[in-house]
Design a protein around this ligand. Structure first.
Ligand SMILES: Cc1ncc(COP(=O)(O)O)c(C=O)c1O
Length: 390
């Protein structure tokens, strides 16, 4: 079959192939601990499951929904942004519900890029950004995220001729895969830089609700003039323990929201109505379950960071996200280490190099299992490492 040439430009999502391999290993009877995919074992609170169940049982809820979702959901998004971030959004023009933020963060390239236009993409980064740029015919310029800069882009190091050519920049804090967080000064600098070079800021804010101690991640839209230069993605996946629901949203700049709504009117027929009802209930409802959930992730984080430190890697204590980003032990490339660990002790961690060149030397662990399984994973690593690393 002759597929389009563009199909050769991007890879399938990195989790897909690996999950097939891990499923096969499990079928062979191996006790694999999968610390790869960011889909934790937590579930949505019971009141949301009830809302979804009741909405599914209503026979009127199975027609085509509105492409843009009904007003109650858009109002709920606006209300949540007001309460959580003190950001005021017009539910009619500044909010667009999505089938998971993935859908929007893929389509946004079609909205912002013409063929050959430059998109600035962090390295390492969530892989869908690169795939979206390539599918839209854009040119990708990698922006290194380095430890010495706290894994934030060094905007001053972007050559002015590159900045002038760029149409958009991807920014994602709290960050996947590095678990880094951004400072208010960074957002201020980013907005000033974006205005100076007329670059659209696309902020992927999927992890704001997974945070520890006193740290409370902001929205990019909290900062003055943010709506003039960009948009923000958010999602119920991580915030409400609902990865499988495929419910997310895009908020911010009106013109971009209108453009994305136009694309969505062709790309999908809107969000299944019972999901809209459950998402509305979630956003309007109590959030106390998040504290308990975050304490669970915090305990897991502490087990993993302590375990890794015992075998030598350099690892920061994350303030947010359910990821731990760590160096690999000396003497290994990221991918050699992770694949050898998988083959020999049945623990899967994602090589940092799968997120970009600057991810080489690192690995990412997702805190998706209970403490006893994470302790078991750290024990297995300890068994693997001392006899291999000189
Ligand atoms: C940085 C980042 N953005 C977006 C997503 C996608 O989220 P959603 O489930 O809303 O599509 C993920 C999922 O892991 C992510 O890590």
């Amino acid at each position: 079959m002759n597929l389009a040439k563009r199909m050769e430009l991007f890879k399938g999502y990195l989790g897909t192939e690996m999950n097939m391999r891990l499923t096969k290993m499990k079928e062979e009877g191996r006790d694999v601990i999968n610390l790869g995919l960011g889909d934790p074992d937590v579930t949505p609170p019971p009141h949301l499951l009830e809302a979804l169940r009741d909405a599914v049982c209503d026979p009127h809820h199975h027609h085509y929904p509105s492409f843009y979702s009904n007003r109650p959901l858009r109002e709920a998004v606006a209300g949540w942004y007001q309460r959580r971030f003190n950001v005021t959004l017009d539910p009619d023009t500044e909010v667009l519900p999505l089938l998971g933020s993935s859908e929007g963060l893929f389509h946004i390239h079609l909205c912002l890029l013409d063929a050959g236009d430059v998109a600035l993409v962090p390295d390492p980064a969530y892989p869908s950004y690169e795939a979206g740029v390539k599918l839209a015919g854009g040119q990708m310029e990698a922006i290194p995220l380095l430890k010495k800069n706290g894994f934030l882009p060094d905007l001053g190091a972007i050559p002015p001729e590159v900045a002038r050519k760029a149409k958009m920049i991807w920014v994602n804090y709290p960050n996947n895969p590095t678990a880094a967080v951004a400072t208010p000064q960074f957002y201020r600098e980013l907005i000033d830089w974006a205005k100076k070079y007329q670059v659209v800021v696309v902020h992927d804010n999927a992890y704001t609700e997974i945070c520890f101690g006193d740290f409370c991640p902001p929205s990019f839209l909290e900062f003055d003039e943010a709506k003039e230069v960009g948009v923000e993605f958010h999602s119920l996946s991580k915030s409400y323990n609902a990865c499988g629901w495929r419910t997310g949203m895009l908020v911010g700049n009106k013109e971009i929201i209108a453009g994305m709504a136009k694309i969505k009117s062709h790309a999908d027929r809107g969000m299944y109505y019972p999901m809209q009802v459950a998402a509305t209930r979630a956003l309007n409802g109590p959030v106390d379950f998040m504290d308990t959930r975050n304490r669970t992730f915090q305990e897991r984080r502490d087990v993993v960071v302590k375990g890794l430190k015992k075998i030598g890697p350099e690892v920061e204590m994350p303030k947010a996200t359910f990821y731990v980003w760590s160096t690999v032990p000396r003497g290994y490339s990221s991918s050699d280490f992770c694949f050898k660990v998988l083959e020999e002790v049945d623990v899967w961690m994602i090589p940092g190099s799968m997120y970009g060149k600057c991810g080489e030397g690192y690995l990412r662990i997702a805190l998706t299992h209970p403490v006893d399984r994470l302790e078991e994973a750290m024990e297995r690593l300890k068994r693997f490492v001392p006899c291999r690393v000189g």
